[in-house]
Design a protein around this ligand. Structure first.
Ligand SMILES: NC(=O)c1ccc[n+]([C@@H]2O[C@H](COP(=O)([O-])OP(=O)(O)OC[C@H]3O[C@@H](n4cnc5c(N)ncnc54)[C@H](OP(=O)(O)O)[C@@H]3O)[C@@H](O)[C@H]2O)c1
Length: 246
């Protein structure tokens, strides 16, 4: 039987892209998925699709900028399924731009969603994981933090902050909890919709159209990390299109 069978997995940002593909794959492989994002109509449709296919899924309106929302999502999982095996910190946005543009509101937004949102996920799930004596954080990072490019400074900064805190969390976690970071390159999702600088957005969309991976490729990485036996921790995965040089 797959190690994924029966696992209770929270996925933030589950309404589209990588989160949605991950929810579908894990549910197909027997996980009970708990979906969080702001647009509940998306989550409702996805949960229905999973249930119609014979899987298990529940959802709750979740804005990861709100600590209460993230805690409520963890409580929902625990109340409904009696445990929490995995928290996938996936929700993220990328309104990137040159520093000279001074799009400070976008900087704030990226810090709030990409960094503080992940911290709220940790704050909500870590006590549950400690009490249970098992648990797994899967944090979706980015290759934008590995090769830093113009316009990507703040976005990469938030992602590398998550890379840094993931390593400290891994060391503090001890021998019962697991921490995985997954850094995707270009993935064909709705990610560019969050971009407010239209010139930068069109450049990114063009590169995505040229070479982006399907989100299912990243979902397979999440599944790989989760399906390992409890004593095997997959630390970091980098996955990018073969054609992505930088
Ligand atoms: N696509 C890429 O090329 C790429 C590359 C590297 C890393 N990533 C990372 O992959 C992750 C998923 O992105 P994606 O590419 O799948 O993009 P996406 O299709 O835009 O999905 C992002 C999801 O996050 C949710 N979200 C946004 N703000 C939120 C908030 N405040 N609270 C809760 N959920 C929120 C969105 O749903 P709602 O708007 O309904 O809340 C959406 O479902 C992000 O962390 C991103 O940084 C993407």
């Amino acid at each position: 039987m797959s190690e994924i069978q029966g696992k209770v997995v929270i996925i933030t940002g589950a309404g589209s892209g990588i989160g949605q593909a991950t929810a579908l794959l894990l549910a197909e492989r027997g996980a009970k998925v708990v979906l969080g994002a702001r647009r509940t109509e998306r989550l409702e449709a996805l949960a229905q699709r999973i249930v119609d296919a014979g899987g298990e899924a529940i959802y709750a309106a979740t804005d990861v900028k709100r600590r209460d929302d993230v805690e409520a999502l963890v409580n929902l999982a625990c109340e409904r399924y009696g445990k929490l095996d995995v928290f996938v910190n996936n929700a993220g946005i990328g309104p990137i731009s040159l520093f000279d543009e001074l799009r400070v509101d976008d900087w704030d937004e990226m810090i709030d969603v990409n960094l503080k949102g992940v911290l709220y996920g940790i704050a909500a799930a870590l006590p549950v994981f400690r009490q249970q004596g098992f648990g797994h954080f899967v944090n979706i990072i980015s290759t934008a933090g590995l090769i830093i490019k113009p316009t990507m400074g703040v976005y990469a900064g938030t992602k590398n902050a998550v890379r840094t805190l993931s390593e400290a969390l891994r060391q503090e976690a001890g021998d019962k909890l697991r921490v995985t970071g997954i850094s995707p390159g270009f993935v064909r999702t709705e990610f560019a919709d969050s971009m407010t600088d239209l010139e930068v957005k069109s450049q990114i969309v063009e590169r995505m159209e040229q070479m982006a991976l399907p989100p299912e490729a990243v979902a397979r990485c999440v599944a790989f990390a989760i399906e390992q036996p409890a004593e095997v921790e997959v630390g970091d995965i980098v996955i990018r299109p073969t054609a992505q040089g930088g």
